[in-house]
Design a protein around this ligand. Structure first.
Ligand SMILES: *Cc1c(COP(=O)(O)O)cnc(C)c1O
Length: 402
């Protein structure tokens, strides 16, 4: 006999890879009357916001802010660097590289996609081959998804930079850090990334609605070389506004900015290095539990090698339709929502019900992760899904050592 989770019976927990859990302090900061947009606090807030965004991205270069989700940042990055007919190289390790390439197609930009499947990171040798073959430098940019949120694969961005440098290839290195920023280590300037896109609703802990494009001088030169840039997406006035409205090409996302201010205060207080270390510790606890469950029965992790695993999201497999049953059971009975599988099977294919994901990005701590893992253990027991024993103990050991 199952209980039904009641909203009055405790807090529910959305453990999906975005939107992530928004801190109460962020929500409270947003819950206010609309502020003056002509003068005062909101306008005065901007230089500090920009500085703190650059702190999180580890860059001294520029940032343009967009009212939009990650897809908006994808389009903005392309609109400022690529012209119709230009070519992008797109190494793909899951759904999101294909998504970015599709945005490029909509702008008339051609993509050469190198597909590495759904369980392996970039193969540097194949990327090198493609760059070497491009003797006339038709490739204007490499669209590099740092963490693919569908497969939970972490890719080696510094190695890709090294490759471009070794081959003397002038293509822009553009990184999608929508899932990874504020979770997995990322250093825009030290890693030689020319353009980086991210959104506010994952590691940055703010409800979806604003996104960011960071760009360096090389990217700015690419923009200057275009014959036109669409007014709305143009990063130039947004990064160097003469007037406040130019940050947004219109009305500011007023309440969102207060939420973002509070989230960045929290990030500053903890420190980005400490945040990476926290995500690493919590991810290792998740992996320890998953590896234990996988010792018996159908439970499997998508990424075998820990070196290629994201610390923000974990993609998992059961036997269809067990993943859907597990998600539904823990949501109904425990108030715990897990992520659906994405891009692993087509919706409508029965195999789709064999995939699921954990989000562990942003505002997460040890008791939340142990609650997530305990919830999944409970669901596996309730549904009679065979699994290795001792997963919670294994996760506890990781956190106890930390
Ligand atoms: C979430 C995500 C996106 C898309 O962001 P939206 O806000 O849903 O448009 C793109 N790339 C990656 C890696 C993501 O995790």
């Amino acid at each position: 006999m199952s209980m039904t989770h009641s909203p009055s019976g405790g807090r529910s927990y959305l453990a999906i890879p975005g939107p992530s859990v928004a801190p109460d302090a962020v929500l409270q900061a947003m819950h206010r009357a609309s502020p003056n947009i002509y003068e005062g606090e909101l306008i005065d807030m901007m230089p500090g916001l920009v500085a703190d965004l650059k702190y999180v991205a580890r860059t001294d270069h520029q940032v343009a802010i967009y009212i939009g989700n990650g897809h908006a940042a994808w389009e903005a990055a392309l609109a400022n660097t690529m012209a119709p007919g230009d070519l992008a190289l797109v190494p793909a390790t899951g759904r999101f590289a294909h998504g970015w390439a599709d945005m490029a197609a909509g702008l008339g930009v051609e993509s050469r996609i190198l597909d590495f499947g759904k369980q392996s990171p970039w193969d540097m040798e194949r990327i090198a081959e493609a760059l070497r073959a491009d003797t006339d430098h038709r490739i204007k940019a490499v669209l590099a998804v740092h963490v693919d949120t569908s497969t939970s694969i972490l890719n080696d961005v510094p190695a890709l930079r090294g490759l471009l440098d070794d081959l003397g290839h002038p293509a822009l290195l553009m990184a999608d850090c929508i899932a990874s920023l504020g979770c997995d280590r990322f250093e825009m300037d030290a890693w030689g990334v020319d353009v980086m896109v991210t959104g506010c609703q994952k590691g940055l802990m703010v409800p979806p609605g604003v996104s960011f494009v960071f760009f360096n001088d090389k990217a700015q030169a690419a923009r200057a070389g275009l014959s036109r840039v669409s007014r709305y997406w143009d990063w130039e006035p947004r990064a160097h506004p003469q007037q406040f409205y130019q940050y947004w090409a219109g009305t500011a996302p007023t309440q969102h900015l207060y939420g973002l201010r509070t989230a960045l205060d929290m990030i500053r207080a903890e420190g980005i290095e400490a945040i990476w270390a926290r995500h690493d510790r919590l991810a290792r606890a998740v992996w320890a539990a998953c590896e234990t469950w996988a010792q018996e029965g159908p439970f499997a992790m998508n990424v075998a090698d820990p070196a290629h695993r994201s610390r923000a999201v974990t993609s998992l497999r059961l036997e269809a339709p067990q993943a859907t049953e597990l998600r539904q059971w823990v949501e109904t009975n425990l108030g715990l929502t897990l992520g659906i599988g994405l891009g692993m099977a087509e919706p409508g294919d029965p195999a789709w019900h064999g995939y699921f994901r954990f989000g562990h990005m942003g505002h997460v701590n040890g008791q939340m992760i142990m609650g997530l893992l305990g919830g999944v253990e409970t669901g596996l027991c309730a549904l009679g899904i065979p699994h290795g024993r001792g997963a919670l103990e294994a996760a506890a050991q990781v956190l106890a050592e930390a």
